[in-house]
Design a protein around this ligand. Sequence first.
Ligand code: HEM
Length: 414
Amino acid sequence: MDLTGAAVQLADLVALDQDGLRCPAEAYERMRERGVHYAPEVDAYVVSRHADVVAVLRDGERFSSANTVGNPPVRPQDDDTGLRPLLLLSDDPLHARRRSIVNRVFTPARVAAWEPQISEVCARLVDGLRGRTDIDLVRDLAALLPIRVISLVLGVPQRDVDRFRAWSEEITSSLGGHSGDAARRERVQNEFTGYIGTLLDERDGMPGEDVLSLIGEAERQGELSRRECVRFVIELLIAGNITTTHHLASSMALLGRVPGLFERLRREPDLIGRFIEESLRLEAPIQCFYRLVTVDGLVGGVEVPAGSRLLVFYGSANRDPQVWEQCPHLVLDRRNGSAHLAFGKGAHACIGASLARLESRVVLQALLERIESVELLLSHEQQPYLPSFVNHGPISLPARLVFLDMTVGSPRVP
Ligand code: HEM
């Protein structure tokens, strides 16, 4: 199936044009044709070819992460707000020291140990759709799983997960600038900080292997302040949540949209892993991030002065025909299927990649084991996408599900 988009340009993406955001492939093709170039609409040099993206991501000395998420510009006093991500925006050697505090929780072997609990959560969520008459696969599945999983990994007590989720939503929306109520924002942040403080204090003298225990230990060793501990938790919450929700949503959209895919994966479940990589490649949940140039020099053969911003497109690198045969197509037997850049590359490559892959596999298995067919009720062209050219994914997927035991979960017919 050809998943190429309609003719759009970078300016359309920046203007948050829905057609462009849904399928930015054409804009990326134009960007790659031009190579590295300055784009006034983003006030940055655009880096879009696979080889150039890899070279930039691997060179943390020349290309700083200080403004990875773009505006607002980072000021020293922002460090004190309790919101600035601790890993994402720091450079080595500080970045490497901070990352080593939690690294061991996210190794593939450690993550594999979470599978039974994650499977249980997935089974409960999918079974909860049985007989429902108003299913939205984003609201009722893709948005619910990641927060439960990150709560587990952090070590948030089961009894608090719903409260934790409510805080997480409030904090995420206030960070995105959607919440205009400053007093409420401050109250939520204070409550959350107090709550995390209590959990950290509870762990004093009872070290465990969850993330909160590791962070608490680093605090006791004087490596992190209490405020930095809270920033760490908020970073993991947000980084692990929105991205994974978008990835699950995009994967379910592909399942409903690519003819025969659902049936093929049910017949050959060994292909689920390959499907996940193709979904990540074609629908990268983070399409691009910024880097800050620290010294004058060449980027992709083009002179770029120190102080400039680069906008680095993982999503375009993932569709570069120099690397991928039949690149607009979902191909389940690629030799280089996991070489995509959806999780980045180099020192800042996603710490949660194994966890995200596990969540994705387990939820797909839960669906394939229980469901006969998925019918999406909106065509691809009708699906609303998140209004962002950085984060990418459908925000609503109304669907009709037929369970294998023939229970139907579908919207109520008006
Ligand atoms: C499909 C889901 C996910 C995608 C597509 C994704 C994507 C990414 C990307 C592209 C980066 C690199 C940023 C850069 O180049 O500067 C990154 C970093 C990061 N991710 Fe993920 N991520 C996902 C899931 C997760 C999960 C589940 C967690 C945590 C539990 C997580 C935590 C982080 C953190 C903390 C960083 C910063 C790492 C650093 O700067 O050293 N992510 N992610």
